[in-house]
Design a protein around this ligand. Structure first.
Ligand SMILES: *Cc1c(COP(=O)(O)O)cnc(C)c1O
Length: 405
């Protein structure tokens, strides 16, 4: 039995995030089972930087994919060996690269030749050699509507269609270019589209490596594995992905089964999204202009990740223990003093009463850290991790202002 939302709310107050460890473990094993083997799986801490979640995935065999010094600190706290981590992201500063190198990070994905040179300069200064992947922006396999990171004009990666550099330009003191990195799209539900993207990455990798005359020792094919966010639903299972990608690797990188190259994938949302539920309390019901507003003690400062830029569909909330409410009638809003604090314009929560608990499912990824946490200066919800019927960890993220000398 899992602890009830009521019991967790009774102990930690509301709102409160509940993460179920067994669901993180299941997502991890599900993803490994659908990917080609052998492969390395990176957990993207961007999706959930809580070190209690990271430690579950570290124990499950994941490596860390990090993109800031804060994520670096979370990865270390989670127990990841940062010597195995991958540091990614555009515009890495000399300072953060130096911090990462000093902490023991050795592998960087470089998004441009300037980025590669900055890593090289910091590595020379630290008297180490950094292992670098070149992040590739190849032509898109599909013009689909999933969140596209490359395959278009973008700040990510090196446009291989127009790149004119040669292997000699990569021969820089302080770095060893060990491979290529792709992350063209995110959150792709359609298996055909996802396979096409990954196969396109494999063929771009082969062609680009041949053109440059470099050997690929690490081939990071990214991800794009989808998960429902803030509404009911299940993760796609991609039943044909393993064989289709394995076949393409056999053709283009025949040594991959023996680790030459090591093939890697990355995921944030698939690994964590369905483990997390946000529990909130209804504070007030009011009507205005003929509409009902359900005001809760949570809002876009805690959930609705990236909703400020309109990327996430309305989230759905359900009254704990209630059956069959009228559909589509009430707006669910939060307490922030902005009309933007709407979790759902047309929810199923009509009939909810003050004091009712509501749950928002599938928010284990892109929760607090992807929300407007600083806006209105309200405290963050507690984040509780359960394993079966036990609470195994509880923590809260705090933002505090510190005067500088
Ligand atoms: C955001 C990001 C991820 C994780 O994306 P998900 O959709 O959460 O799996 C992985 N790799 C890179 C380079 C990213 O920017």
């Amino acid at each position: 039995m899992n602890p009830s939302p009521e019991s967790i709310a009774g102990r930690y107050g509301t709102p409160v995030y509940i993460h179920r460890q067994e669901l993180v473990e299941r997502a991890n094993s599900d993803l490994l089972a659908l990917l080609p083997a052998p492969c390395r799986l990176y957990f993207s801490l961007k999706a959930n930087p809580n070190h209690h979640i990271g430690s579950i995935l570290h124990r499950g065999g994941c490596h860390a994919e990090i993109s800031s010094t804060g994520e670096l600190a979370s990865a270390i706290r989670a127990g990841f060996d940062v010597a195995d981590a991958l540091y990614t992201g555009p515009g890495k500063t000399a300072g953060e690269i130096a911090t990462a190198l000093a902490a023991g990070v050795v592998t960087f994905s470089c998004e441009s030749l300037d980025d590669l040179r900055r890593v090289a300069d910091a590595a020379v200064a630290a008297d180490v050699v950094a292992r670098c992947l070149l992040r590739v922006n190849g032509p898109a396999a599909h013009g689909n509507s999933a969140m596209r990171m490359t395959g278009a004009a973008t700040q990510f990666g090196i446009d291989i269609a127009t790149a004119t550099f040669t292997a000699a330009d990569l021969d820089i003191d302080g770095v060893d270019v060990v491979g290529l990195h792709f992350f063209p799209v995110s959150n792709v539900v359609d298996e055909t589209v996802l396979i096409a993207e990954i196969l396109a990455s494999i063929s771009h990798a082969r062609a680009f490596a041949d053109r440059l005359g470099i050997s690929v020792r690490l081939l990071d094919l990214g991800g794009g594995f989808a998960a429902p966010y803030g509404r009911d639903g299940v993760r796609p299972t991609y039943p044909n992905l393993r064989s289709a990608v394995s076949d393409a690797l056999d053709t283009s990188f025949p040594g991959w089964r023996d680790g030459a190259p090591v093939v890697a994938f990355e995921s944030g949302r698939y690994l964590t999204c369905d483990s997390g539920t946000l529990v909130a309390e209804v504070t007030e019901i009011k009507s205005s202009g003929g509409r009902e507003f359900v005001i809760t003690d949570t809002g876009i400062h805690h959930v609705g990740g990236l909703s400020g830029i309109g990327r996430v569909p309305p989230i759905s909330a359900t009254v704990v223990g209630a059956a069959g409410a009228e559909s589509g009638a009430a707006a669910v809003v939060g307490p922030l003093c902005t009309p933007a604090d709407v979790l759902n314009h047309r929810s199923d929560l009509a009939g909810a009463k003050p004091g009712d608990l509501v749950t928002i499912p599938n928010v284990g990824a892109y929760g607090i850290s992807a929300s407007l946490m600083g806006f209105l200066s309200r405290p963050a919800p507690a984040e509780v991790v359960t394993d079966g019927d036990r609470v195994v960890a509880a923590s809260v993220l705090e933002t505090t202002r510190r005067d500088l000398p």
